[in-house]
Structures are given as C-alpha cells and as structure tokens.
Design a protein around this ligand. Structure first.
Ligand code: G3H
Ligand code: 13P
Ligand code: ZN
Length: 309
C-alpha cells in the first residue's frame, strides 16, 4: 500500500479491455466514497486534483487525506494533477509528492505544447513522476460536430505520434468529441472512434486518456431537479461509448461531473425531506454513499475494471 505512479496500472490496462478510473477529489467525503468503492471492486485507482481543488482544499489537506485513505484501505493509489496549466504548478505538485502530473498545453500551438510538455517531462522524470499531456482541444457543446470543427480541434493521429516521440510523455489525452461538464452534445452524441483507432495504431504503446467522460445519467439530473435543482438539457456520453473506447487504447477515464451530480442529488433530497436538520454529517454522509455507489457502477459496468487489481 503506497502512493504509486500510473506506470504499472497503465501497462496492464493497455494489454486488456478495461480502463483505470481517474476521479476528481475536492474534500474528505469525496475521497472516502471513491476509495471505498475501489477497495470493494478491487480496482486500480487514480485520484486527481485540479488547480481549483488545490485552491479550495489546499494541497497539504488533500495530500494528507489521500495518505490517510491509503492507510485506511491498504490500496495503492496514484495521485495526479489534473490540467496543470504551466511548468510551475507541475513542479509544485512533483515537489509535494504527487506521483503523476498533467501538463495541459492543448491551448498552445503544436511546437509550444511540445516545448512546455518536454520541460515538465524532464523535471518530473528526474523525480520519478509520470506525465500526461494533451493534444487537440475538447469539444464545447456549442461546437456541434461538423466535419470542419472536428478536423480543426480533434487530435491529429500523425501529430500525436510526433508529439509522443519528441516529448517522451507517459500518456496522452486526446480529443475525439467529449467535453467537460454536464452539457456535452447539442445533437446526437458522437465520438470519433475511427480517429481513436488511428491514433492507437500509430502509438500502440502509449496509454491514451479520455477527458470529459462523465455519462451524466438522467436519474441523477432528474433527482437534482426534483428536489429544487434546475439543470436543464444536460447530456453526457453514453456509457457504451466509454466502454468501447477502453477497447482501443483508452487506459484512463476522467470522471468528475458524475460525482458532483451524485453527491448533489443526495444532499438536495436530504435537505428537502428534512428541512429542520442542520448537522452537515446528516447530509454529507448520504452524499459520500452516493459517490461510492457511483464509482462502483463506473468501475464495474463502464470501465470493466472490477477485480483487475
Ligand atoms: O476538468 C475539469 C475538472 O472537472 C475539474 O474541474 O476545475 O472545477 O475543479 P474544476
Ligand atoms: P467530466 O466533466 O465529464 O466529468 O470530465 C472530467 C475531466 O475530464 C477532468 O479532467
Ligand atoms: Zn479534463
């Protein structure tokens, strides 16, 4: 039981048809819900921290909570920086003891993305830390999926191969049609599986990462709305598409929005039904249970990762 890098987990996942879940964490209840689920499912686990999470909870608290989770469960866990925007935040996380960092240079031109990614790879590797980079831009819901938009923003397979070769990065996040948040598609859901297969065939040894992979299950949106929420028009990626992606080189699947919805639905329900209660444990406890159930469902039914640890 330790903080581990993603090297071994990805090597195994790459050889099989499952992916490792990478779940965003912001507080104790979220961490506890996720690790209890991974423990029950005997699945590999990545906990990831965004810049926003670092700001909200402070790095020292998150680190200590993850260390506590390892002590409590006996799991091996990878601690990952999600969407590091520059060298400095990656360096801080490496120095803090993270085992994996993402440098997200996707907003930069190709050569600049290579330059900053390489800088992070050199520093991280010298400290035994692995690096995820991103090439291509995740779709926004406003982008629809017109062919010109796709070729302008989705990951180009040849560029992906050159990028990996020149940066020495350990894993690569690609853009094939997903986007962050609860509103992913204006029309029918569409992922570019031909592009994914082309990328995977050019760089078969590179673990690929799917961001924006929440499926935004109707049941949870409806529950939020039933108890006073107003989340109109939310639409995620169909579960079957995520499972299909795990068969073509996707080794890491990023999930945040679904956890937020599961927790919020439960908290809303509790407070609506028990308006006289004001003990945070009374509503955060069920929220934690909802996270646990959601993560178990993901690991077992969407990522096919049950029993792979
Ligand atoms: O990719 C974004 C993640 O969902 C993190 O979101 O920046 O609000 O923490 P956040
Ligand atoms: P979702 O918003 O689909 O959960 O994606 C999360 C993510 O990609 C974190 O990096
Ligand atoms: Zn992301």
């Amino acid at each position: 039981m330790a903080l581990v890098t993603t090297k071994e987990m990805f090597a195994k996942a790459l050889k099989s048809d499952y992916a490792v879940g990478a779940f965003n964490v912001n507080n104790m209840e979220i961490i506890q819900g996720i690790v209890e689920a991974a423990q029950l499912e005997k699945a590999p686990l990545i906990l990831q921290v965004s810049a926003g999470a670092r700001k909200y909870a402070k790095p020292a608290y998150l680190l200590k909570l993850v260390e506590a989770a390892i002590l409590d469960t006996g799991l091996d866990i990878a601690l990952h920086l999600d969407h590091g925007e520059d060298f400095e935040i990656c360096r801080k996380c490496v120095d803090d003891g993270f085992t994996s960092v993402m440098i997200d240079g996707s907003k930069h031109p190709f050569e600049e993305n290579i330059r900053i990614t390489k800088e992070v790879v050199d520093y991280a590797h010298a400290h035994g830390v692995v690096v995820e980079a991103e090439l291509g831009k995740l779709a926004g819901v406003e982008d629809d999926v017109k062919v010109d938009v796709r070729s302008a923003t989705f990951t180009d397979p040849d560029e992906a191969a050159e990028f990996v070769e020149r940066t020495g990065v350990d894993s690569l996040a690609i853009a094939i049609g997903t986007s962050h948040g609860a509103y992913k598609f204006k029309g029918d859901p569409y992922l570019d599986f031909e592009r994914l297969k082309a990328i995977h065939s050019l760089i078969p040894d590179t673990p690929l990462v799917l961001h924006g992979a929440s499926t935004v299950l109707r049941e949870f949106v409806d529950k939020c709305n039933q108890y006073g929420g107003n989340i109109p028009g939310a639409q995620g990626v169909p579960e079957g598409m995520i499972t299909e992606a795990t068969k073509h080189g996707i080794c890491k699947v990023n999930i945040d929005t679904d956890l937020r919805l599961a927790l919020t639905a439960e908290v809303r329900k509790f407070l609506a039904e028990s308006p006289a209660e004001f003990d945070p444990r009374k509503y955060l406890g069920p929220g934690r249970d909802a996270i646990k159930a959601m993560v178990q469902h993901k690991i077992r039914n969407v990522l096919n990762a049950s029993g792979t640890m």
